[in-house]
Every structure is written in structure tokens, then in C-alpha cells.
Design a protein around this ligand. Structure first.
Ligand code: FES
Length: 161
């Protein structure tokens, strides 16, 4: 959830880094609050967690889940793990790229209308292919269903601008 008040990276780290917490838990908490993990938070995080900056940076970049900049206005997270692949995710990914004119896992900015991200299992394997669009889960997604989901999500975003 994005906040309306500007919070410094140091404040973010102070707010979320608690003794005994794992780095992953702190990163999740920060991203839940701000929508991404600001690169400026790496230094304060390293200090608070008694890790090197390289270790913190390595974890942030290893996990696809973590963003280092705000998400696009409509963020499509398509599951590309095994169960979904066996049910046509890759063909669906091609349709989505063609439909949106965007590429999966390319750099995008929060000013972009659509951002496409690959994720690996959304816990909906029996209902694959699965995706999240702006934190709403969708299952058994077909190209036609995706077009309707995208149209609805884009309309919701435009209504809030
Ligand atoms: S493999 Fe796609 S939801 Fe589990």
C-alpha cells in the first residue's frame, strides 16, 4: 500500500527493522508500506541488520518480488512456474505482451500504464494459469479473460487519476 506522506529511508528502516527479524521480513514490510524498496534504504538496512550493503542488495535483486522503484499503475504478475506453464502460461505471456506492447520483466516506471512481472507460484496451481493484477488474484486466465481483466484494471486506474 502506498503512503501519501513522504517517509525517509532511515525512518522506514527504523519503523520495520526489529531485533530478531529476518532481512526478508523487513523487506516485505517496507515494500508493503511503500510499494517498493528504495535503493537509498540499502545502507540503513545493512547497518540495522548488521549485514554488508552487498548482502542486502543481493537479497533484493535475487527475489523477483522486490521492486526498487514504484510499480506501474497496472501491474500484471503472471505465474510462470511449472503448473501454470503446463496449462499454457507461455502462450498467454505472448498474448499479454502483444496486447500491452510491454515486455515481461523489463524496466518500467510508475508513470507507465502497464508493467509486466514474472512470478513463480501464486498458490493457485490447481487453477492455473494464475496471475495477480494490482494485488487481485485471477485464476484459469485465458487470453480473452486477460483482455477483460486488463480493461477493468485500466479503467479503475484512470478513474482515480
Ligand atoms: S505454479 Fe502457478 S500458481 Fe502455482
Amino acid at each position: 500500500m502506498n503512503t501519501t506522506k513522504t517517509v525517509t529511508p532511515e525512518e522506514l528502516v527504523q519503523r520495520h527493522a526489529r531485533p530478531g527479524m529476518s532481512l526478508l521480513a523487513v523487506l516485505h514490510a517496507i515494500q508493503d508500506e511503500t510499494g517498493f524498496v528504495p535503493p537509498e534504504a540499502v545502507g540503513p538496512l545493512a547497518k540495522a541488520m548488521n549485514l554488508s550493503r552487498a548482502e542486502v542488495h543481493g537479497v533484493i535483486t535475487y527475489y523477483h518480488h522486490f521492486r526498487t522503484q514504484p510499480a506501474a499503475r497496472v501491474t500484471v504478475q503472471l505465474c510462470r512456474a511449472e503448473a501454470c506453464r503446463s496449462m499454457g502460461t507461455e502462450a498467454l505471456a505472448k498474448h499479454i505482451e502483444s496486447r500491452t506492447g510491454c515486455r515481461f520483466d523489463a524496466d518500467h516506471s510508475h508513470t507507465d500504464t502497464v508493467g509486466l512481472e514474472s512470478v513463480y507460484c501464486l498458490g493457485q496451481c490447481a487453477l492455473s494459469p494464475a496471475m495477480m493484477v494490482n494485488d487481485t488474484l485471477h485464476a484459469r486466465v485465458t487470453p480473452q479473460k486477460f483482455d477483460a481483466i486488463l480493461a477493468a484494471a485500466t479503467q479503475r486506474v484512470e478513474e482515480t487519476v
